[in-house]
Design a protein around this ligand. Structure first.
Ligand code: NAI
Ligand code: MG
Length: 469
């Protein structure tokens, strides 16, 4: 494999950069730098107020450099300028949220309840301590790279860990800026190390590394499984966010204008390259045809283009490989009887564009219904009653997210209880807040990100007993 990686703009297919492909020695050196800073305590043992100050300062720098970072992100990933600015903004909100936690998370003291093994009462003072887990490897995908990087970097640094971050080979550019930004903000050298490289080489070396204590990963289920195996050597802690095949259930009492728009956005944001994308759309029979038409109209209305097209809403897919995969899934469904209502093919222009696609007449065994597509392709499926809709929605090995559209309050709660997923929306699409954890159920992952839970994932707990007698 070559020692550099060419980086392309997916909306023009032009090469925009070249980055190094980190080999084993480079991975070893990055892990060693992280280890040295962790053991020396230059970061983890700084007073909390100083650490928080560094993170807040980084947020100031990011805010000041939003335009520049957004342009890098847009050209690297293909998203339009507004989406890219939004990505930088929400990433920064994540950083500010976790900067605010520094010094506010701590152990607790307990009232003792037992005589203990010695059979006579001994008095202790006891307390728990939260200690940063150590050197963490952060492996991220190409959809929303700056944001997903921050989802891991911010809590890792807030906890006092030292980190090695490996962005996706398709979109390494904004992560490289992160190292520079945190250095300018005063983070000691070697605490955050960014390395670029392919997954099966650089990523695999990081996940198997005996001196890495934890891996936090977002990406495919297939690679998630490889990481579980690779981490067995030193039993690394793992946080895995492995995507989904999320259902949306629309009842016939829903506010239809809002519901159709919400379903359209839930499906098409990021051109469907979104782990929480609601690509199985279950619609109660009475409103089925109206919703299919409404979704098709919504899909047709969105102008496609990249950063270069100021009016664009829907960007390209990340690569020709991903576009081919998406089209194969559609073609296979159509060959078995699925009906394309709108879209269903690559766009005839430069860039890896794929038409926003609405499909009917699917069966549960089609890849369209079973697999995470990661493209702008949704299937609309009729149902008669609530029970049937819940059973169909839960008929998947994923459990990341789900959406419900209804004006009936009790039904909203009932269905939210019944859906197996880590994040449920009622009458809303894609809401996500730094303070609210998302924890994949079933094969959508292990552990959680965001919120206090997301920070706790970067700590070990220690119980201390101080004998008083
Ligand atoms: P991927 O899972 O291969 O890549 C994600 C990250 O993992 C990248 O940084 C990659 O370099 C790294 N990686 C790959 N193989 C590795 C290994 N053996 N050890 C350690 N790290 C490794 O995802 P890919 O191939 O780019 O996309 C394939 C499918 O995965 C998509 O169609 C989509 O369905 C799913 N996916 C889901 C994401 C999510 O947010 N849940 C994000 C990206 C992809
Ligand atoms: Mg892959």
């Amino acid at each position: 494999m070559s020692d550099t990686i060419a980086v392309f703009n997916p909306s023009t297919e032009e090469q925009i950069a070249e980055v190094p492909h980190a080999d084993q020695a480079t991975v070893d050196a990055a892990v060693a730098r992280a280890r040295e800073t962790f053991e020396s305590g230059v970061w983890r043992r700084l007073p909390a107020a100083h650490r928080a100050e560094v993170l807040f300062r980084a947020a100031e720098i990011i805010k000041r450099r939003t335009e520049e970072l957004a342009e890098i992100e847009a050209r690297d990933n293909g998203m339009n300028a507004i989406a890219a600015q939004q990505i930088i903004k929400v990433a920064n909100e994540m950083l500010i949220y976790y900067a605010g936690w520094v010094g506010k998370i701590h152990g607790e003291s307990a009232n003792l309840v037992s005589d203990g093994l010695l059979g006579h009462f001994e008095e202790y003072h006891t307390f728990t301590q939260l200690e940063p887990v150590g050197v963490v490897g952060l492996i991220i995908p190409w959809n929303g790279p700056f944001f997903i990087a921050m989802l891991k970097v911010a809590p890792a640094l807030a906890a006092g860990c030292s980190a090695v971050l490996k962005p996706a080979e398709e979109t390494p550019l904004s992560a490289l800026k992160l190292e520079e930004i945190f250095r300018e903000a005063g983070l000691p050298d070697g605490v955050l190390n960014v390395i670029t490289g392919h997954g099966e080489t650089t990523g695999a070396a990081l996940t198997a590394h005996p001196d890495v204590d934890k891996i936090a990963f977002t990406g495919s289920t297939e690679v998630g499984r490889l990481i579980v195996k690779a981490s067995a050597g030193n039993l690394k802690r793992l946080t895995l966010e492995l995507g989904g095949k999320s259902p949306l259930i629309m009842f016939d009492d829903a506010n239809l204008d809002k519901a159709i728009m919400g379903a359209g956005m839930g499906l098409l944001a990021g051109s469907g390259q979104n782990c929480s994308c609601t690509s199985r759309i279950y619609v109660q029979r009475k409103i089925y045809h109206q919703v299919v038409e409404g979704l098709a109209a919504f899909a047709q209305m969105l102008p496609m283009g990249g950063y270069e097209d100021p009016t664009s809403v829907l960007g390209p897919l990340i690569s020709e490989k991903q576009r081919t995969r998406v089209h194969d899934i559609v073609t296979e469904g159509v060959a078995r009887g699925a009906e394309v209502i709108t879209g269903g093919k690559p766009l005839d222009r430069r860039g890896y564009f794929y038409e926003a696609t609405i499909i009917a007449n699917t069966t549960p065994d089609m890849r369209l219904i079973k697999e995470e597509i990661f493209g702008p392709v949704g299937s609309v499926i009729p149902f008669d009653d609530e029970e049937e809709a819940i059973a169909a929605a839960n008929d998947t090995h994923y459990g990341l997210a789900g959406a419900i559209w209804t004006e009936n309050l009790s039904r909203a709660h009932r269905v939210a209880n019944a859906l197996r997923g880590g994040q449920i929306w009622v009458n809303s699409a894609l809401a996500a807040d730094p303070s609210m954890p998302i924890c994949g159920h079933k094969q959508s992952g292990w552990g959680g990100e965001r919120g206090k839970k997301g920070l706790e994932a970067y700590f070990n707990t220690k119980s201390v007993y101080i004998g008083l007698t």
